[in-house]
Design a protein around this ligand. Structure first.
Ligand code: F6R
Length: 261
């Protein structure tokens, strides 16, 4: 795992956007895996700026989002399809037909999960998957103790996740209890992973993910198995790490071609 600690979330998001931009420049038809949530918003703002001001071209890019709430149509303000539309897609030259978010309103949810896997495979797999991190160590909506080999499936959200995400729903009762999510196994098949996590509330999950044992109790610890996993942190989310000085040392001593430009 490559751990990159930056002074704050802003610097971390700019770095994350540079990593994605570098991929899109070298592979214009890249397949990107995307995430929703508070964490990637600044990164998406930067991608929009790079598109507007530096001509970063998304016209041939394909995207697959990690997850979607069960029961929410694309038109619902809290659906992840709506989130992506508002916060990224409508600001880019991306072809809407190439943007994929699981359909949480599908009559047959299990068929939708299989179909989502098939669409990822038909696109040639994901080149880079962007991930956020739940306070409980979840990635996508793969909650603690779920299988580390899971494929796209329907998950019951944990009480902590309901609580963490409920603010935007008004009341807890209005929030869906289920989501379709790529499985941990699906995520691990991406050619490259880029996880971003900022702020003190993530410090415990970051510690478990990077330095804890590989264990389903922290689904993000599965990143330890991936040969090309980059984790971008700020000082606050990195605060509990025992080997933070080592990660900084490695970061400072990279060869030129190992750096993100
Ligand atoms: C979002 C997702 C989740 C979030 C995680 C962190 O598509 O899959 O795993 O990345 O819950 O959320 P924020 O960024 O809001 O702290």
């Amino acid at each position: 795992m490559e751990v990159l600690i930056r002074e704050n979330a802003d610097a971390g998001c700019l770095l994350g956007a540079r990593i994605i931009a570098q991929l899109v420049r070298t592979k214009p038809a890249a397949v990107l895996g995307l995430a929703t949530g508070r964490t990637p918003l600044r990164l998406y703002h930067e991608l929009i700026r790079l598109h507007r001001e530096e001509g970063l071209d998304f016209s041939r890019v394909t995207t697959f989002n990690l997850d979607e709430y069960v029961g929410l149509p694309a038109s619902h303000e809290q659906s992840y399809r709506h989130f992506m539309q508002e916060n990224l897609f409508r600001h880019l030259d991306i072809d809407p037909a190439r943007t994929h978010v699981p359909d949480g309103t599908a009559a047959d949810l299990q068929a939708e999960c299989r179909n989502y896997e098939a669409r990822i495979a038909a696109a040639g797999g994901i080149d880079l998957q962007l991930l956020g991190l739940g306070r409980n160590g979840h990635i996508g909506f793969n909650e603690p103790t779920g299988s580390l080999r899971s494929r796209t499936w329907v998950k019951i959200l944990s009480e902590q996740t309901l609580h963490d995400n409920s603010a935007v729903f008004g009341t807890l009762a209005e929030m869906p209890r289920h989501a379709i999510t790529m499985g941990v196994g699906t995520i691990l098949e991406s050619h490259q992973l880029l996880l971003i996590a900022f702020g003190p509330a993530k410090a415990r999950a970051v510690l478990h993910m990077i330095e804890g044992p590989l264990a389903a109790i922290c689904p993000a610890s599965a990143l330890q198995l991936h040969p090309r996993a980059i984790v971008v942190l700020d000082e606050a989310s990195a605060a509990a790490l025992q080997y933070a000085d080592h990660y900084r040392w490695v970061d400072r001593n990279k060869l030129d071609w190992q750096r993100f430009t």
